[in-house]
Design a protein around this ligand. Sequence first.
Ligand code: NAD
Ligand code: WQD
Length: 338
Amino acid sequence: MNILLAGGAGYIGSHTAVSLLDAGHDVIIADNFANSSPVAVERVREVSGKPVTCYRADVCDKAAMERIFQENNIDCIVHFAALKGVGESVEIPVAYYRNNIDTTLTLLECMAKFGVRNMVFSSSATVYGDENPIPYAETMRRGSSSHPYGWTKIFMEQIFEDAAKADPNLSVVLLRYFNPIGAHPSGRMGEDPRGVPNNLMPYISQVAVGRREKLTVFGGDYPTPDGTCRRDYLHVMDLAEGHLEAVEYAAAHKGAEAFNLGTGTPYSVLEIIRAFETATGVSIPYAIGDRRAGDLPEFWADASKAERVLCWTAKRDLTEMCRDTWNWQSHNPKGYEE
Ligand code: NAD
Ligand code: WQD
């Protein structure tokens, strides 16, 4: 298939590009590099040994996107293009709503105009909101979010469901990612956040490589086994491979359908620190600090639907997630910046 990756130069998109190329698909990337580097696309070519067409384009820009649809015979879209900073979305909510909703609407309009019927969407565990019991299952209703980023994902899922209801030819797979970490085993690709990392694993790996002094653990008094928050961390290559199954599923089905992509097993912040230290031999200085506003004590996936319907399960364990993160970070201490 010819697969358009909107936002494909980013962390998850670039790893997914390699998995799709390895499986024999052709990949076209459209990215404005708002939160990524063209070097990541070079690395996708290098690691896969395959050509990749790449456009520097804003996915909100309808004229630019129409040109891409015109020039490529697209069978399916994977839509990664979004701003993803939870805290930043509270500071600049309008920019988040504009970017994340507009990319989605532009892609849906292009799909209608050019007869493209299949879409895989990067959704998030955040759509379960604050109210649902754990583990989260796809049968639960979407919740409400404590931040604009989460609302953009909730709204976009709703938009896709409405579009699929109105157009019986449309097929949309809503992939609800849990907490992706890790990197490609080659050490040539990985997560490269701009500025101070918001997320746990990139922060740990930047402490390990000496870019940050110590980790602050956000809260040690949660009602969890060791007092720190628990999350469902999954290897980014497992997540990437989930997209292969989702693309096939979209091609064979109609309507909008959601799937959790997680392992079903939670780990605490302290367990992650210990696993990283054991896997890499590098010690991580840390201090327990205040809770971070908006953090839930714990959540993880009921991962059984993806296994039953998509025949997908996460295969890589926490040691592999830590080892591959460190392999990437230690060989690329400044990320994609040479
Ligand atoms: P990322 O920031 O690395 O990748 C997103 C990519 O989209 C970037 O390359 C960015 O430049 C691009 N982009 C953003 N707006 C664009 C626009 N208007 N036009 C063109 N390109 C644009 O983030 P990621 O971690 O790879 O996440 C990918 C998707 O998965 C996002 O939609 C994110 O919300 C979702 N998601 C991520 C996580 C996570 O923990 N990383 C968890 C759940 C869901
Ligand atoms: C994990 C745990 C922190 C940093 C976020 C989004 C979610 C999804 C994935 C996109 C938490 C703790 C973190 C640090 C810490 N993204 N932590 N010190 O918050 O589960 O999820 O990314 O959809 O929507 O909210 O991930 O990696 O930020 O945090 O103690 O410096 O690590 O409190 O318990 P989170 P995270």
